[in-house]
Design a protein around this ligand. Structure first.
Ligand SMILES: C[S@@+](CC[C@H](N)C(=O)[O-])C[C@H]1O[C@@H](n2cnc3c(N)ncnc32)[C@H](O)[C@@H]1O
Length: 246
């Protein structure tokens, strides 16, 4: 990926991000009460695909505010987050402390995660809004393969390209399933009606591009499910893919 785009995306992810999570979820102490109360609810879309969680080394790739990692740690996993936004780490570590668990949080461009010298993970978890930050998907899945232990598993729960490319409102961006251009759009702001926190450049991938890149990096596809969109159940909104590392 161009480092200019990476740096601009990282800057957008750091603008007011800690305060944004506080406004959206509550301060880490309040959110921890909810996560500790029902960690399985936090993981409800993912648990069936993760297999064993307790005592497994699980990486929440680009795991943001850390709710997923903290819920995994509460279920006994050795949870690590790799993400490039310091403001996300601040919220995640405060959340983990308030929840009474330890998570490891590495600040890095995930494409450079090899330099972190992490022990191999049993499971890599990629969740809702990961792939479109990357412009070379084969290289991205090669990095994932390098982080995964032999026989390990990758679980990808991602926005569906039909929704992102054909239905989602990104202003003037063409509604073209096969478009390969970058789309500039607001960095996610979960505060309803909240002001723009800046923009990111996104590359949305077709389902065939995702599967081909995954296979090309040496993973074996074991499951692929498509799920109805939350607001328009007539179209696919998300999908879940499970792959094994050989
Ligand atoms: C929409 S969030 C993913 C959702 C997240 N799994 C969660 O817990 O809600 C996207 C995340 O990717 C991170 N990110 C984007 N590009 C990255 C990169 N090249 N390396 C590391 N993190 C990146 C952002 O900081 C952000 O936290």
């Amino acid at each position: 990926m161009s480092t200019d785009i990476r740096d601009a995306n990282r800057e957008a992810w750091n603008v007011g991000r800690y305060e944004t999570w506080v406004r959206a979820m509550g301060d880490p102490t309040a959110e921890a009460v909810r996560v500790v109360g029902d960690p399985k609810h936090v993981l409800r879309r993912l648990l069936a695909h993760l297999g064993e969680v307790a005592d497994r080394r699980i990486c929440s790739v680009q795991g943001s505010h850390g709710r997923i990692a903290v819920a995994l740690a509460l279920l006994g996993a050795e949870a690590t987050v790799i993400d490039f936004a310091e403001e996300n780490r601040r919220y995640a570590l405060a959340l983990a402390e308030a929840a009474g668990v330890h998570i490891r949080y590495e600040i890095a461009d995930v494409m450079e995660a090899g330099a972190l010298d992490l022990p191999p993970f049993h499971t890599l978890l990629l969740e809702l809004g990961v792939l479109h930050y990357h412009q070379d998907l084969v290289a991205f899945f090669r990095v994932m393969a390098s982080l995964c232990s032999p026989g390990g598993r990758l679980v990808l729960n991602e926005f569906h390209p039909v929704e992102r490319k054909l239905f989602h409102d990104f202003g003037d961006a063409p509604r073209d399933y096969f478009s390969t251009g970058l789309v500039v759009g607001d960095v996610p702001n979960p505060v309803i009606g909240g002001a723009s926190l800046g923009t990111c450049a996104y590359r949305f991938w077709t389902l065939a591009e995702v599967v081909s890149a995954l296979l090309g990096a040496g993973f074996r596809l074991t499951a692929l499910d498509e799920h109805p969109d939350w607001t328009n159940p007539a179209i696919p909104g998300t999908y879940t893919l499970v792959a094994a590392h050989s």
